[in-house]
Write a protein that binds this ligand. Structure first.
Ligand code: ADP
Ligand code: MG
Length: 625
């Protein structure tokens, strides 16, 4: 029979898998059992919600059997089965696992590791088998089909006979090599331990024929080999178990089994609520940012079960956007099975659960912040940006919840600090929480605008992410202390110098007026700087829109061309100022030159583009000759 080639990406994945020196092959069984369980879930759900279907609990099971002579391992389920089309679309291409996309994003990383971390569903069979055969009959269908493949060169599909609805996956195990003993997967004890390890909580019985030595009937000292079918798994879902019975490893295994992430969980949270609304939940905070996290493709959501039956694999209504990184599941007896997606959104119970979950996550994060700082920082590095978006979005509705979870880099501590830590260390006379914005900590460190505030001994928060200043503006204040940019028009630092400056300002009005004329619309004003010490010049902004915000906004797709009202500040204690004055009095041409040079320098310091770099360099040459 002619073979249908796999879709390109599946082929690559298969090759990777087959060639990989794979240390954790045993997870193929977890994958097959998980698929079997999913298939029974689908049927079970149909039986519960469709009155024309009868419901017989004993009918739902998974059976593992071996044929040692032929070196085959069979995983059979009584699930919903697959039609011919479903065979094509589900097994001809790597489905939703996302693993290949992950690989593509991280070409530099070694593909094997990635597979090792989370498996790739059905395809992991090829890690242990030369030939994989799937015999399946779909619910409501009269015909059965056989799908077969021996790896990268494609697959065949042909009609076959099968009486029961469901699927049988037959693995013809690879030949043993010096390093790998595939016969292992024919041994009862080995299979049993793999099932126990990864699939113990599966809701349906995983059956296996187990051979045991039993005393011969009517005899005291004679034994015989008796083979009988046993259920290997305890079938208690992990979320129904008592927390005390569970180890970190159990939670980790569940995370892997469920493919909640490519990584390990950083933290798990097991919730059992037994009040007005009853529910159990297992939630995870992943260790790493998913590769697609900050893209439109990323979908938030938790698995939703109604009394143990999966009703939705990603219910977005259970999580606020700012906690969209949380993975896991929720099971509630109080939800109706027949509930539709639209009604679910309105559902009172669900809303209650969502709110409850949100609060638990907040509490857990606070607990981590207080007691496990290092872990929290790891979390914050991965998902802190999302919290800041959370502060900013929905018109700041959630800022109260989130503000205590925020951290920013501190000029003094040289590490991340919370707002509470900042405020508690403020000297009494300090009125504001100061922050500076820029592309990196290093750059901000060197910003002339920070000079005055630093000089006063005040701590400055360094804001390096696009969202930072927007979040800060949304907060307005923290513990009654207002936020203030070091570039703000008025820094709120009282100084005797101030009066004096005003006097000087009058005196210099004419000079600055002339400079403003040179610059035209490029700046709103030219002023004496009250914040500069060593640098001759800097740019600040009047009004609500800061220079950093202008930068961020100008990159947005629907750029509204929002501009900051830029002010060129001159340090009158700097020698350059003398030159300016001199030029103003004696040489107008020179004043033009100096003004343009200073303006362009200020732009460069801000990380803004100089409009005409050639002219700028020509100007520099002019003063050199
Ligand atoms: P995933 O389980 O993440 O969707 P898999 O590679 O494990 O990815 O499986 C691909 C698809 O093949 C499943 O989504 C399912 O539709 C189908 N499938 C696999 N095994 C079975 C089975 N035993 N019964 C019915 N369908 C199955
Ligand atoms: Mg799967």
């Amino acid at each position: 029979m002619e073979k249908t080639p796999f879709k390109a990406e599946s082929k690559r994945m298969l090759e990777m898998m087959i060639d990989s020196i794979y240390s954790n092959r045993e997870i193929f069984l977890r994958e097959l059992i998980s698929n079997a369980s999913d298939a029974i879930d689908k049927l079970y759900y149909r039986a519960l919600t469709d009155e024309t279907l009868t419901f017989d609990k004993d009918k739902y099971y998974i059976k593992i059997s071996v044929d040692k002579d032929n070196r085959t391992l069979v995983v059979k389920d009584t699930g919903i089965g697959m039609t011919k089309e479903e065979l094509e679309s589900n097994l001809g291409v790597i489905a939703k696992s996302g693993s290949l996309a992950f690989k593509a994003e991280n070409e530099a990383t070694d593909g094997h590791d990635i597979i090792g971390q989370f498996g790739v569903g059905f395809y992991s069979s090829f890690m242990v088998a030369d030939v994989v055969t799937v015999v399946t009959k779909a619910l409501d269908s009269d015909s059965a089909y056989k799908w077969e493949s021996s790896g990268v060169d494609g697959y065949t599909i042909a009609p076959t006979e099968k009486i029961e609805t469901g699927t049988e996956i037959r693995l013809k195990l690879k030949e043993n090599t010096d390093d790998d003993n595939y016969n292992d997967y024919l041994e009862e004890y080995r299979l049993r331990s793999i099932i126990k390890k990864y699939s113990d909580f599966i809701r349906y019985p995983i059956k296996m024929d187990v051979t045991e030595q039993k005393p011969k009937e009517g005899s005291e000292d004679e034994f015989e080999q008796v083979s009988e079918e046993q259920t290997i798994n305890s079938m208690v879902p992990i979320w129904r178990k008592n927390k005390n019975e569970l180890t970190d490893e159990d939670y980790e295994n569940f995370y892997m089994e469920k493919h909640y992430g490519f990584d390990k969980p950083l933290q798990h949270l097991h919730i059992s609520v037994d009040g007005m609304v009853r529910y159990n939940a297992i939630l995870y905070i992943p260790e790493q940012t998913p590769f697609d996290y900050y893209t439109k493709e990323y979908e938030k959501g938790l698995e939703l079960y109604s009394n143990g039956v999966l009703i939705m694999s990603k219910s977005p209504d259970l999580l606020p956007d700012y906690y969209s990184f949380v993975k896991g599941m929720v099971d509630s007896e109080d939800l109706s099975l027949n509930i539709s997606r639209e009604i679910l959104q309105q559902d009172k119970q669900l809303k209650f659960i969502a709110k409850n979950i949100k609060n638990k996550i907040t509490k857990e994060l606070q607990r981590m912040l207080e007691n496990e700082r290092e872990k929290y920082e790891k979390f914050y590095n991965a998902f802190g940006t999302q919290l800041k978006y959370g502060v900013y979005s929905d018109y700041g509705m959630n800022k109260e919840d989130l503000q205590d979870l925020l951290m920013f880099y501190s000029s003094k501590e040289k590490k991340l600090v919370t707002l509470d830590e900042y405020v508690s260390k403020m000297p009494e006379e300090q009125k504001f929480i100061y922050y500076a914005t820029g592309g990196s900590y290093d750059r901000i460190e060197k910003l002339p605008q920070t000079e005055m505030v630093s000089d006063k001994g005040y701590e400055i928060l360094y804001l390096t992410e696009d969202v930072d200043e927007f979040a800060i503006k949304m907060l307005v204040n923290y513990k009654e202390k207002e936020f203030k940019s070091v570039s703000a028009g008025d820094l709120g630092i009282d100084d005797e110098k101030k009066e004096q400056s005003e006097a000087e300002e009058n005196e210099n009005k004419v000079l600055f007026g002339a400079m403003k004329e040179v610059l035209g619309d490029k700046v709103k004003d030219v002023r004496i700087s009250k914040r500069l010490k060593n640098h001759p010049v800097c740019l600040t902004a009047d009004g609500e829109v800061t220079i950093e915000m202008e930068k961020v906004l100008s990159q947005m797709p629907n750029n509204q061309n929002v501009k900051a009202d830029k002010v060129l500040e001159i340090n009158i204690n700097h020698d350059v100022y003398k030159s300016l004055k001199d030029a103003f009095e004696n040489d107008k041409e020179k004043l033009n030159l100096y003004t343009n040079l200073l303006y362009n320098q200020a732009l460069l310091i801000e990380g803004l583009p100089v409009k005409d770099p050639v002219e700028f360099t020509n100007d520099i040459c002019k003063i050199m000759v």
